[in-house]
Design a protein around this ligand. Structure first.
Ligand SMILES: NC(=O)C1=CN([C@@H]2O[C@H](COP(=O)(O)OP(=O)(O)OC[C@H]3O[C@@H](n4cnc5c(N)ncnc54)[C@H](O)[C@@H]3O)[C@@H](O)[C@H]2O)C=CC1
Ligand SMILES: CC(C)CC(=O)C(=O)O
Ligand SMILES: [Mg+2]
Length: 370
């Protein structure tokens, strides 16, 4: 088994280093090979997704990804921007099903910006379609308007589109996931305005008929954004398109305490997957050693479960994360009064220590130095 390690930019390198440390201590028999991606690859090879990196990802059983992007690349032509690397990987590997579980660990109930009673025990799953929608639709570009309110003016346009097979396959993924959970699917759309999402909703209803044991309801995306902070525990599985899922999953991250706690798995129809935290490269804190590595470590656990057939090892990582949170260690984003603030490396070391069965502060310090 082979894992491609693609740390990327900003905090990507810091958090992936901790996840790799955790994987190594499990001593499982898989090979890891690292490559540059995003801005780092652009600097070295003139392209954010060099062919060598793409080929490594394609040949691997799974990809562990950090994050890409930095403000300094925002003026580059779009094809060369770091974000094209993650979009290109998703498209080229056919990773259409993105799982973003928003789970509030009981130790972090008070870290959320919401009232503790709203998030205590929260366990919802956002399933985001990942290779279609307005993020990939063609045509797109800039032109001179020939009609509309200001003919002759400069304008920009993108295309929102979904084909029937794209919606059908993500619908099946959602209904099957719900069968393994609380048997409820909420399909989030904007069918009251957008033809693309009336089509989406119609297909959800059709596919839902094959799953009579799963309750299906529908919610407009604006209401869903509101309900997520009003009564998040009412949801079980949320299935939605690429752009709405991108936005709602960042919102859901705050229900768990921080975006630094939200892992993700992006799967294709062969269970090959790319695993990454739901956040970006966080240029505002990059290089400071303060980023929370737990979303990436939990993404590595998802990788062991979904792509590498190592469910026990995945359970061990998740238990270790919970144990570390119980000792009161916190990176800045989840820190609250009465807990101990640590950096990225110390948090990774603590998870390693919990995995090898020693959670004392002394051992943690020793491991950091060795
Ligand atoms: N999959 C990817 O590679 C993604 C890349 N991006 C890119 O990342 C760059 C930054 O984008 P932003 O909009 O600022 O989103 P971001 O997710 O990188 O950061 C948003 C906020 O959350 C904080 N944050 C994120 N991860 C954290 C962690 N692990 N621990 C503690 N705090 C954390 C950041 O410090 C920042 O204040 C952009 O270039 C963007 O395009 C954004 C999202 C996903
Ligand atoms: C480049 C973006 C589409 C990445 C992002 O925001 C995400 O996947 O959550
Ligand atoms: Mg996002």
């Amino acid at each position: 088994m082979k894992i491609a390690i693609l740390p990327g930019d900003g905090i990507g390198t810091e958090i992936v280093a901790e996840a790799v440390k955790v994987l190594k201590v499990l001593d499982l028999s898989f090979e890891m090979e690292a490559a540059l991606v995003g801005g780092a690859a652009y600097e070295a090879h003139g392209h954010p997704l060099p062919e060598s990196t793409l080929n490594l990802a394609k040949a691997a059983d799974a990809v562990l990804f950090g994050a890409v992007g930095d403000w300094k690349y925002d003026k580059l032509e779009r094809a060369l921007r770091p974000e094209q690397a993650i979009l290109g990987l998703r498209k080229n590997l056919g990773l259409f099903a993105n799982f973003r579980p928003a789970i509030c660990y009981e130790q972090l109930t008070h870290a959320s910006s919401l009232k503790p009673e709203l998030v205590a025990g929260l366990d919802i799953l956002i399933i985001r379609e990942l290779t279609g929608d307005i993020y990939f639709g063609q045509p797109r570009g800039r032109r001179t308007a020939v009609d509309g309110l200001f003919p002759g003016a400069e304008e920009a346009f993108d295309t929102m589109r979904y084909s029937r097979p794209e919606v059908e396959r993500i619908a099946h993924v959602a209904f099957q996931a719900a069968r393994r959970r609380n048997k409820r699917v909420t399909s989030v759309d904007k069918a009251n305005v957008l033809e693309t999402f009336q089509f989406w909703k119609d297909i959800m209803i059709e596919v839902g008929q094959q799953y009579p044991d799963v309750a299906l309801d529908h919610m407009y995306v604006d209401n869903a954004a509101m309900q997520l902070v009003k009564a998040p525990k009412k949801f079980d599985v949320v299935v939605t398109g690429n752009m709405f899922g991108d936005i709602l999953s960042d919102e859901a991250a705050m229900l768990t305490g921080s975006i630094g706690m939200l892992p993700s798995a992006s799967l294709n129809d062969r269970n090959q997957g790319l695993y990454e935290p739901s956040h970006g490269s966080a240029p505002d804190i990059a290089g400071q050693g303060v980023a929370n590595p737990l979303a990436t470590i939990l993404s590595a656990a998802m990788m062991l479960r979904y792509s590498l057939n190592q469910p026990e090892a995945a359970d061990r990582i998740e238990s270790a994360v919970s144990a570390v949170l119980s000792t009161g260690l916190r990176t800045g984003d989840i820190w609250s009064e009465g807990t101990q603030r640590v950096g990225t490396r110390e948090m990774g070391d603590a998870v390693v220590a919990a995995l090898v069965g020693n959670t004392s502060g002394k051992t943690i310090t020793t491991m950091t130095k060795s």
